[in-house]
Design a protein around this ligand. Structure first.
Ligand SMILES: *[C@@H]1O[C@H](CO)[C@@H](O)[C@H](O)[C@H]1NC(C)=O
Ligand SMILES: *[C@@H]1O[C@H](CO)[C@@H](O)[C@H](O)[C@H]1NC(C)=O
Length: 190
């Protein structure tokens, strides 16, 4: 590599005065907020080492976060979370089941990663990523170049890998409607 005199001068400046490093482009990276609407296909490794795929449909304007889990060689489980705190977990078909849960909090805000601690860079799933951690709850990996999420791990050992990420995609309302048998039972309060 051939250094021109200008870059040589700035290199010397950097070495002599480390504080200059903080000016300009080298501030601590922050995660990109989630798009208000997106669809992602996720590969998940559960803490039990069981695997599942999930179609995640995040929709902040509609106050809806949908996960449709396909368990490996197992059932298709719908998890419809609303911003008012109600979540419906159900399966369809003749043996369909449903569980309704009330949470104190709604779905994650697009900026839920604000104030996360920056941990540096690493390669995961073959992508060069920035990594953050928030309240010992989530470890979040974002591609340095495209700024798309690549992976996130939860404290409980669930590891999620992003396979597709379609910004702006919206789930049909009819596919997030819980079946009738969800509305004829007691609710669990969390
Ligand atoms: C799932 O996670 C466990 C624990 O980290 C690991 O041992 C296993 O290899 C993973 N399985 C797959 C298919 O990635
Ligand atoms: C929250 O919104 C969903 C979808 O509109 C609705 O089915 C549910 O009953 C609401 N929950 C509460 C506590 O109002």
């Amino acid at each position: 590599m051939k250094l021109n005199p200008l870059s040589l001068a700035s290199l010397i400046l950097l070495l002599v005065s480390p504080s200059i490093e903080c000016v300009g482009s080298t501030s601590t990276p922050t995660p990109l907020p989630w798009p208000e609407q997106f669809h992602a296909l996720l590969y998940m490794n559960l803490s039990s080492s069981r695997l599942q795929m999930s179609d995640l449909w995040y929709d902040w304007p509609r106050g809806r976060n949908v996960n449709i889990f396909q368990k490996q060689l197992g059932e298709l489980l719908y998890d419809i979370e609303w911003n008012n705190g109600t979540s419906f977990y159900y399966t369809l078909g003749a043996q369909g089941t449903c569980k309704v849960t009330e949470f104190e909090v709604g779905i994650p805000r697009p900026d839920f990663l604000d104030d996360a601690n920056y941990l540096g860079t690493t390669v995961t799933d073959g992508f060069y990523c920035n990594v953050w951690e928030k309240v010992d709850f989530i470890w979040y990996y974002e591609d340095v170049q495209t700024r798309r999420p690549v992976r996130w791990d939860f404290y409980d050992g669930i590891s999620t890998h992003v396979i597709t990420f379609e910004v702006g995609a919206v789930l049909q309302d009819s596919l997030s409607q819980a079946p009738a048998y969800c509305f004829s039972q007691e609710r669990e309060k969390l």
